[in-house]
Every structure is written in structure tokens, then in C-alpha cells.
Design a protein around this ligand. Structure first.
Ligand code: DX5
Ligand code: ZN
Length: 226
């Protein structure tokens, strides 16, 4: 399983767990050690929380060349695609629960020059995503209910990751499979073995005393044999 995927294993720290008073410094310090930057935007409607917005993305853009993976936990996410692009977003992901038919949203993202992905919440069956996977550069499987960092990984997500990997491989696709929520050294290996190749890590990286060592530890865990 996962033949040829190893070079695509990517760590995406989520800045939600960073110290926002020192955000530029925290991102600048971790940037050389990671593959993309996960940016969580929340609207207080789709999820019961608020996080950060477009001006923060704009301020971070000069700090690093990393790809900005913008996870839009929002009801009207597509309205913001042009502004997100101008601010420096590279990839936007929207929820299948908000966009049950996401074709138009995918088209708008691409018209703006953004990569596009779909996110699925723990209670939503994987089948909801299947018809639309070919629209996506990346699919994101939530392994916590979205809205807050620092929650425990939901074990049942592993079966969904497996279903996603089987779907992608059996259709000859190269779609990235990102797992988001509760990922740390204790479970990243299981998420990788289930078939994820992009790993969001918020509190396990920015909540660590040494974020760079935390990332190195995560990489070690996904590379080591059993
Ligand atoms: C949850 C967010 C996640 C979160 C992950 O709503 O989508 O990206 O920041 O944080 P941890 O790794 O702490 O679960
Ligand atoms: Zn996220």
C-alpha cells in the first residue's frame, strides 16, 4: 500500500495553536521544517468559534513561501475566494456539509487561480465526498469535530482514511489525503498507515516547548518501521 507516496508525506502545522502575538516569528521559525501551513478560518456559524481572517493571511504572506492551506469552516466560503487569493492563499478547502454539490465552488476557486479541496466532518459518511473527489487537489478528513484545536483524535476516522485511500488509488488519482485534528506523535503513524499523506498538527507542534523538535518527532514516527 501507498507505493510511491512516501515523498508526498507532508506536515502542515495549524497556526490556530500558535501564539498570535508572535505569529510571524512562530511561522518563520517552523517554516524551514514543514511542507505547508494550515490556516483555519471560522465564521461563528458553521462552527461555534471565530479564529482569524484575511488580514492575518496577508500579513503572513511575506514571512514564508510555504503553501497556505486555508481550511474554510464557513458557510459562504466561496464569496471570499478572490480576497483570499489576493491575500496570498494557495489552496482553499470547503466543507461538503456546506457545499453538497461543490462543482461551482471548485470552478470559482480555479478561476481565481486557487487549488481546491473538500473537507468532511466525522459524522458525514465518506460516500458524500466520492462523486466530487476528482474536483479536488486535496481531500481533508476531519478527525475531530471542527471549531477548536486541542481535541482528542476520533479513532473511527482511521476507517474513513482507509476508504479515501482505497478510492483514490482504485481510481488512479493523485489526490492528497489530509487528516486534520488531534494528530501527534502517538497516532500519526496509524493515520499514515491508514493512507493519509498530509498531516495537520496544531497543538502537538505549536503547543510544544520546541516546535521544530516536535515536527522532527512526527517525521520520525511516520518514517520508522513498525
Ligand atoms: C479544528 C481545526 C484544526 C485544528 C487542529 O477545527 O480545523 O485544523 O487547528 O488542531 P489540533 O492539531 O490541536 O487538533
Ligand atoms: Zn483545520
Amino acid at each position: 500500500m501507498l507505493t510511491g507516496v512516501d515523498t508526498r508525506l507532508q506536515i502542515a502545522p495549524s497556526i490556530l495553536a500558535a501564539d498570535f502575538a508572535r505569529l510571524g516569528e512562530e511561522v518563520g521559525n517552523i517554516a524551514p521544517y514543514v511542507d505547508l501551513l494550515h490556516v483555519d478560518l471560522m465564521d461563528g456559524h458553521f462552527v461555534p468559534n471565530l479564529s482569524l481572517g484575511i488580514p492575518v493571511i496577508q500579513s503572513l504572506r511575506p514571512v514564508t513561501d510555504l503553501k497556505f492551506d486555508c481550511h474554510l469552516m464557513m458557510l459562504n466560503a466561496d464569496y471570499y475566494f478572490p480576497a483570499l487569493k489576493r491575500a496570498g492563499a494557495d489552496l482553499v478547502t470547503v466543507h461538503i456539509e456546506v457545499y453538497p454539490n461543490p462543482s461551482a465552488a471548485a470552478e470559482s476557486a480555479r478561476a481565481e487561480g486557487l487549488e481546491f479541496g473538500l473537507v468532511i466532518n466525522p459524522p458525514t459518511p465518506f460516500e458524500a465526498l466520492e462523486p466530487f473527489i476528482e474536483l479536488c487537489d486535496m481531500i481533508v478528513l476531519m478527525s475531530v469535530n471542527p471549531g477548536f484545536g486541542g481535541q482528542a483524535f476520533i479513532e473511527a476516522s482511521l476507517a474513513k482514511i482507509e476508504a479515501a485511500r482505497n478510492f483514490v488509488e482504485s481510481h488512479g488519482l493523485l489526490t492528497d489525503i489530509e487528516v486534520d485534528g488531534g494528530i501527534g506523535a502517538a497516532n500519526i503513524r496509524r493515520a499514515k498507515d491508514a493512507g493519509a499523506n498530509v498531516f495537520v498538527a496544531g497543538s502537538s507542534v505549536f503547543g510544544a516547548e520546541e516546535p521544530v523538535s516536535a515536527v522532527e518527532q512526527l517525521r520520525k514516527r511516520i518514517r520508522e518501521s513498525e
